[in-house]
Design a protein around this ligand. Structure first.
Ligand SMILES: NC(=O)c1ccc[n+]([C@@H]2O[C@H](COP(=O)([O-])OP(=O)(O)OC[C@H]3O[C@@H](n4cnc5c(N)ncnc54)[C@H](OP(=O)(O)O)[C@@H]3O)[C@@H](O)[C@H]2O)c1
Length: 229
């Protein structure tokens, strides 16, 4: 399997590169020119295509011949970085390729997610502030996901909880809607978020799903496992 990791130099991206290589996949990484050095530990083992992830020509070159594309949807800046990245991947990925996108719980596919007051406040106030100082545009990540949901590609949108660093606890568990009790702990190790993304490439049950994930060793996940025997 040949996979492209779009946003490979970030924390999530580097974990995805590692998981992909551990599985014996051939990997192509896309990252900004100034971040190529962050991939030094992999440089003998992956092909790096430097450039902005919303540059259509860069993406076209990087995804050519790939069976799967893993995409870090970053809402950085206020110039449609996320939606530009998503659109380039949707337009240029090989027909039938598995496309797996990352975002946060705040993205909703069907409007049936139930959010805590804290998360709502964070998205509304934090989102406005971030846009005001031109740091990030959460609405653009929403637009990116809207385009993915509407596409007829073989997509999965993985919605991450709050993240932490640390050793792997194994594959996160998931549910269709934020607010489901299994997700209550709202914490996932970043290394396992990446694991879920990479595993999704070969899990057809996740095609056209937007799983919200949580660490499998968190109290809410353990309580759910105990209750279901
Ligand atoms: N952080 C959280 O708690 C959290 C929670 C839920 C979901 N998520 C989702 O998880 C994914 C990755 O999040 P993360 O926090 O782990 O971040 P991360 O992996 O460290 O990724 C940050 C990404 O942003 C890029 N970036 C940084 N500054 C940029 C700029 N000015 N312009 C363009 N790109 C820029 C980085 O590229 P360079 O390497 O080139 O700098 C990198 O690809 C995202 O899809 C996010 O929505 C995060």
């Amino acid at each position: 399997m040949k996979v492209c990791i779009v946003g490979a130099s970030g924390k999530l991206g580097r974990y995805m590169v590692k998981h992909a290589l551990d599985r014996g996949y051939e990997a192509v990484g896309v990252c900004r020119e100034q971040s190529v050095g962050k991939l030094d530990e992999f440089k003998e083992r992956i092909t790096i295509v430097p450039g902005a992830t919303n540059d259509r020509e860069v993406i076209k070159r990087a995804v050519a011949g790939c069976d799967g594309v893993l995409v870090v949807l970053v809402p950085r800046g206020v110039h449609h970085y996320s939606s530009g990245t998503a659109q380039a991947v949707l337009d240029h990925a090989e027909p039938g390729a598995r496309l797996v996108f990352s975002c946060g719980w705040h993205i909703t596919r069907d409007g049936r997610d139930v959010y805590s007051r804290k998360l709502k406040l964070l998205v509304t106030v934090g989102g406005r502030l971030a846009r005001l100082v031109r740091f990030a545009d959460i609405d653009d990540q929403v637009e990116a996901c809207r385009r993915v949901f509407a596409s007829d590609t073989r997509w999965t949108v993985v919605r991450g909880s709050d993240l932490e660093e640390g050793e792997s606890q194994g594959l996160p568990v998931w549910s269709r809607h934020v607010g489901d009790p299994i997700l209550e702990s709202n914490l996932t190790r970043r290394i396992d978020f990446a694991l879920f993304m990479v595993e999704a490439l070969e899990n057809d049950e996740l095609v056209h799903e937007a799983p919200a994930i949580v660490g499998r060793q968190t109290p809410s996940a353990l309580a759910h496992a105990a209750a279901s025997g």
